[in-house]
Unconditional design. Structure first.
Length: 65
């Protein structure tokens, strides 16, 4: 048997507890090479560059969207 609450939890206390349960939007920045939005601190999926260096050959690693 599980524990039973002694008192009813108010809406305010319940909502304050759940205030951190939201999803965060992904942080996007413009790629300096192709100027398209990309996730920060990751290789650009469109041109394959990171920090000014070509890391991926996009034609070989292209995936369907």
């Amino acid at each position: 048997m599980g524990a039973l609450p002694k008192k009813k939890v108010t809406q305010r206390r319940r909502n304050n507890r759940r205030s951190h349960h939201h999803l965060r939007l992904p942080q996007l920045s413009a790629c300096p090479q192709c100027h398209r939005p990309k996730p920060t601190h990751q290789v650009c999926p469109f041109c394959g560059t990171y920090n000014g260096h070509a890391v991926l050959d996009v034609k070989e690693t292209a995936r369907p969207l």
